[in-house]
Design a protein around this ligand. Structure first.
Ligand code: CO
Ligand code: CO
Length: 296
């Protein structure tokens, strides 16, 4: 069933677990992830990267997959950064947008996010923002401490903007880390941000490469959405490399790829604690946006 991200994350925050938010690039991976969530009976967030040009096409089939799924599925725009991204996501049928203005000075960023929250909420979409800035894994040693989320600022930001969830910078970074680099999460900071924001659902970007131990703790301590991409792609590449396609088995290529994605995502769902956490009926119908008028 298609739901907003807020519905998924409010429950996750209340019950202290994390929900997987894999990046999707095609109908093949989207389908594999929805099947994984169904087998795990877990809620799922499909994160569509901002750089995908054909948001209408990907939004269309993601929405069909979500609507026909037995588990709650939200469709979120990952790292939108201009109003064009937001309007496209609304038009394409997403149920949530991330509006990332984390590189702007505090006041300016808060002002822009607030304006987007007003627009998105008026048509029933949830909004994720980022405070502090999650950097790149290949530059980890240099910028790992550069822009960690400040708990007091986070409280102020949430109050000004009215966001539904917040991506925090607590020691992770986007992409694949260089050989030998293991990121360490600042769990004390996480605890302080969760407290200062009155238990707002929090999001971890750049989870690939983080130890299972850190992820397990983070999900119990307030991280409720875990963005994952690199590790899933690595599992897919690995499976394709190791498969013997000789003897007319070229047709297996899509099955091999989706099976690898599914297996890896199920492992993650178990680790995050959302296994078995799906519910069966949305409180206000399948698509919140169809009910927006009633709420005002
Ligand atoms: Co843009
Ligand atoms: Co990110």
């Amino acid at each position: 069933m298609l739901v907003t991200m807020k519905e998924i994350l409010d429950r996750a925050s209340e019950e202290n677990y994390g929900v997987a938010a894999p990046n999707i690039f095609s109908s093949l991976d989207a389908r594999a992830f929805v099947e994984a969530a169904e087998e795990a009976n877990a809620p799922l967030i499909l994160d569509i990267a901002f750089m995908i040009h054909d948001k209408y096409h990907i939004g269309y089939f993601a929405k069909e997959l979500a609507r026909n799924s037995s588990v709650p599925v939200a469709i979120n725009l990952d790292h939108g950064s201009c109003m064009r991204d937001v309007y496209e996501a609304i038009q394409a049928g997403f149920t949530s947008v991330m509006y990332d203005r984390s590189t702007l000075p505090f006041e300016e960023g808060a002002k822009e996010v607030k304006a987007t929250v007003e627009i998105a909420h008026s048509v029933g979409l949830s909004v994720e923002a980022e405070l502090g800035h999650v950097g790149e894994a290949n530059n980890y040693e240099i910028d790992k401490d550069a822009a960690l989320t400040d708990p007091e600022e986070a409280a102020k930001f949430v109050e000004i903007t009215g966001v539904d969830c917040l991506a925090v910078s607590i020691g992770s970074a986007h992409g694949i880390y260089p050989e030998g680099v293991v990121p360490k999460l600042d769990l004390e900071r996480l605890e302080a941000v969760k407290k200062s924001t009155n238990n707002l659902p929090l999001v971890l970007h750049g989870s690939s490469g983080t130890t299972d131990e850190d992820l397990l703790k983070a999900c119990k301590m307030g991280i409720n959405k875990i963005n994952i991409c690199g590790e899933l792609l690595e599992a897919e590449i690995e499976a394709l490399k190791n498969y013997d396609f000789s003897g007319g088995k070229a047709y297996d290529i899509y099955t091999v790829a989706s099976r690898a994605l599914k297996t890896k995502l199920k492992e993650k769902i178990k680790l995050y604690g959302s296994w078995g956490k799906a519910w069966t009926a949305a409180p206000k119908g399948l698509d919140k946006r169809e009910n927006t008028m009633e709420e005002h």
